[in-house]
Design a protein around this ligand. Structure first.
Ligand SMILES: *Cc1c(COP(=O)(O)O)cnc(C)c1O
Length: 399
């Protein structure tokens, strides 16, 4: 089985027919330099030790695995385990790849790291990593999002990054991407564009996956130590797909482990308000790579929606597209209501308030666990904590 998955991607950055570099030639040159630099340093002791040290002493790795006994008992079926990425410094898995990217930028001698952010999660994680590594950081964010996401905006300012408000177009994520990218193109030699998930042109889907693979590598070992066997199912929510790839990579060759990715069905798959890219999308290209996308007849990305802002992206990581096609991973979806129910249930049975993104995975596990035998196990990547969502949920449910 191993040759089917590794090495992935191929030299051109393809996972089967997905991925690649759908970008102008001069930018391709820059991306190839990033790939060369990454391949050169990824296995050096200096880089590995520095990143590993930060994972341990800064992020707080390894994050524990927690057996959610009360929730499992209540459902009356399979045993649910949580990989606690919510306990990381900054409260989610994103810090894992942001540290990797910031370190790579520093090793390459870049002087500035650039990115866009939607809800501000990627912005805060990157600003944190850049503060630590000691490199300038510039985050582009739509004016509407700036109004909506106050705590994250404040954090980015405190962390010392340059926050650039984007006033064009819809003044949200899509325009922030364009704005950040234009800024990057002004000086791609000295700056580094830090992509926030396993998306974008090669080598980003590979690099971000590699930085996140620490999650699955830890989890596989921890789970074995705890229960003497592998989980029956490993599960994660899928926006761009980084926390899911981080978990799945360690289990991909374990044929007995079923892998499940959970997408946001929003207000329903029969409405326009969802972001179930792998479930309902078609093959296309977006932001410099080929993947399943939610697109109109001309190939333009459709507006997408999820109650969890970290999941509303009209594309998805190329490796997920490949894993769907070869049927190694099953992709399911969970709507807003199911997500909110799981958010409350996990909070009230285990005292763990999950991110709304992560609650999608919890919801799907809850859905299937009750019909499974009690000795079966489900391992969920709890990608982040729900502090950022607490006020919104309380408001929504009139608590
Ligand atoms: C950003 C985010 C996600 C979605 O991103 P992926 O790349 O799909 O992992 C999921 N969970 C949390 C907590 C996030 O902040």
């Amino acid at each position: 089985m191993s040759t089917e998955f590794l090495p992935m991607p191929d030299d051109n950055g393809y996972f089967g027919e997905y991925g690649g570099q759908i970008i102008p030639p001069d930018l391709k040159t820059i991306m190839d330099q990033i790939n060369d630099a990454y391949e050169e340093i990824r296995n050096t002791d200096e880089f590995k030790n520095e990143l590993n040290d930060l994972f341990i002493h800064y992020v707080g790795r390894p994050s524990p695995i927690f057996h959610a006994k009360r929730l499992s008992d209540k459902l009356g079926g399979a045993q649910i385990y949580l990989k606690r990425e919510d306990l990381n410094h900054t409260g989610a898995h994103k810090i894992n790849h942001c540290l990797g990217e910031a370190l790579l930028a520093k090793f390459m001698g870049k002087t500035k790291v650039l990115a866009e952010t939607g809800a501000g999660q990627h912005g805060v994680a990157l600003a944190t990593a850049c503060a630590l590594v000691g490199i300038d950081c510039e985050i582009h964010m739509g004016e509407i999002d700036i109004e909506k996401e106050h705590p994250n905006v404040t954090k980015m300012k405190i962390l010392g990054c340059k926050l650039v408000p984007v006033s064009r177009g819809t003044r949200t994520l899509k325009d922030a991407v364009d704005s950040a990218f234009e800024e990057y193109l002004k000086d791609p030699v000295n700056s580094f564009y830090a992509i926030g998930s396993v998306v974008g042109p090669h080598p980003f889907p590979k690099m971000v996956r590699d930085f996140q693979s620490v999650v699955g590598n830890e989890a596989r070992k921890q789970f074995m130590e705890m229960s003497g066997k592998l989980p029956d199912i490993a599960m994660a929510c899928v926006g761009g797909g980084s926390n899911a790839m981080g978990l799945f990579t360690a289990f991909i060759e374990d044929e007995t482990v079923e892998l499940v990715g959970v997408e946001p069905a929003g207000k329903g798959l029969d409405t326009a308000d969802h972001a179930a890219t792998l479930t309902l999308g078609t093959k296309g290209a977006i932001h410099g790579f080929e993947c399943y996308t939610l697109q109109d007849d001309e190939g333009n990305p459709l507006p997408v929606y999820s109650i969890a802002s970290g999941l509303d992206y009209p594309g998805v990581g190329p490796q997920h597209c490949y894993l769907k096609d070869i049927k190694r991973v099953r992709y399911e979806s969970i709507d807003d209501k199911e997500c909110l129910d799981a958010f409350m249930e996990l909070s009230r049975t285990e005292g763990i308030i999950p991110a709304l993104e992560s609650a999608h995975a919890v919801a799907y596990a809850m859905k299937i666990a009750k019909d499974m035998p009690k000795d079966k196990t489900i391992l969920i990547n709890l990608s982040g904590r729900g502090d950022k969502d607490a006020d919104f949920v309380a408001d929504k449910l009139s608590l």
